[in-house]
Design a protein around this ligand. Structure first.
Ligand code: MLT
Length: 394
């Protein structure tokens, strides 16, 4: 008889953002016509920038002509895009060879797929509160999870100690959901610890473009020793509005070896088996993000989201609620007022002021009592949300 993956029984009944979408839809069914102010899932509200749109149109036209038509793309990414991304790292002083960059169809897919490299018996360390997919992907794979709690006392930036007894370390900086960012010395301590233990860091850099304090590291490869312990997973979703378009990249240094195996070579083997590459049209669009024109245009979009962050944090300052994030990250993480639990606060905001946020408890047990606002929303809606929050809680 066929045997199913019984690990699925260990998962929460539904995924956090699916849960929120269901609750929101139920509210709209009861209250038809209400306009919701959406500060929940980190989904962008601004269209792709003109440089990307032009490149996508050109790429579609290329597919219409025999002389420029592309069939299968190279599985690990188009050479021109891998070179472009390596050059982008080069501008920050990180030297990569183009073939250390793998083009992907987005960070969330990749964060799950990359687990193919590790045996089931290896344990995964998740710093909580955390993006719930880290936990769920490892539960599905039947892996032991070490939950490392963080809190206000350490600025949601815990340091490694011997309780971090695991083989795969998830580090997301700037962090989703807390918006906290590891400083150079702190991240160096994680790199050193991973090298000492023989662990591998999966560094989620999806929000690096939001760093404005240039003393903070954008990439783990800015740290000494990262080339022997880290994989970096990044995406154009939040950098350039590709949440619906889907494009990302993963960096695996050729110097990363564990258990006598080379992880770069393993990933080439994996990709050449399991994918036929990312769409040639999207890769052309992705390359446009890194042109001078594209970079200038996405800087403007990021500035708009940062303005949203300022609007919201000004309101929180006025009320006097504790929060972090929103400065070098697109998420604001706040403490619910008067000891309210996070799902009660979710309902309170939805029912009283039609604001959708994300309950901190959805990011792990130590997120209880906290709440996350995304700053990727429509600017008018965000300004209105700030007004309503100040009126409700002020
Ligand atoms: C979030 O809201 O945490 C993210 O948008 C989810 C994602 O990137 O998949």
């Amino acid at each position: 008889m066929i045997r199913m993956n019984t690990q699925y029984a260990e998962l929460k009944e539904s995924y956090l953002f699916f849960n929120i979408a269901q609750k929101t839809q139920a509210y709209l069914r009861e209250n038809p016509g209400k306009h919701l102010l959406r500060l929940g899932i980190g989904d962008v509200s601004q269209p792709l920038c003109p440089a990307v749109i032009d490149a996508l149109h050109d790429a579609v036209n290329e597919q219409a002509k025999k002389e420029s038509f592309h069939g299968y793309m190279p599985e690990c990414g188009a050479p021109y895009l891998r070179e472009t991304i390596a050059a982008h790292y080069g501008r920050r002083g990180v030297t990569l060879s183009a073939d250390e960059v793998f083009v992907s169809s987005g960070a969330s897919d990749e964060l799950g797929d990359i687990l193919d490299l590790f045996d089931k018996s290896s344990a995964a360390l998740v710093i909580e509160p955390a993006y719930p997919a880290y936990v769920d992907a490892n539960i599905m794979a039947g892996r032991r999870i070490v939950h490392l709690a963080s809190g206000r006392e350490n600025g949601f930036l815990p340091m490694p100690d011997d309780t971090a007894d695991a083989d795969i370390f998830y580090i997301c900086s700037p962090n989703n959901p807390t918006g906290a960012v590891f400083g150079r010395a702190q991240l160096q301590a994680w790199v050193d610890y991973a090298n000492r233990r023989g662990a591998v860091i999966l560094f989620d850099a999806a929000y690096e473009a939001y760093i404005e304090d240039e003393t903070l590291p954008h990439s783990i490869f800015e740290l000494d020793g990262a080339r022997t312990c880290a994989i970096e997973i990044c995406s154009l979703s939040k950098t350039a509005g590709f949440t619906g378009t889907r494009l990302g990249y993963t960096v695996i240094p050729k110097t990363l070896e564990r258990g006598g195996m080379n992880l770069h070579a393993m990933w080439v083997r994996n990709r050449t088996t399991k994918t036929n590459g990312v769409s040639c049209i999207l890769q052309k669009g992705g390359a446009a993000v890194f042109t001078d024109e594209g970079r200038a245009q996405i800087r403007k979009q990021i500035a708009l989201y940062k303005h949203n962050a300022k609007t919201l944090t000004d309101a929180l300052d006025k009320i006097g609620l504790w929060y972090c994030g929103g400065k070098n990250a697109p998420y604001i993480w706040l403490q619910c007022p008067d000891g309210t639990d996070s799902w009660t606060f979710f309902d309170l905001l939805l029912r009283n002021v039609q604001i959708v946020g994300t309950p901190g408890a959805g990011f792990g047990r130590c997120g209880e009592g906290y709440f996350r606002f995304s700053t990727f929303g429509d600017p008018d809606d965000t300004a209105e949300a700030a007004r309503r929050i100040a009126a409700l809680l002020g």
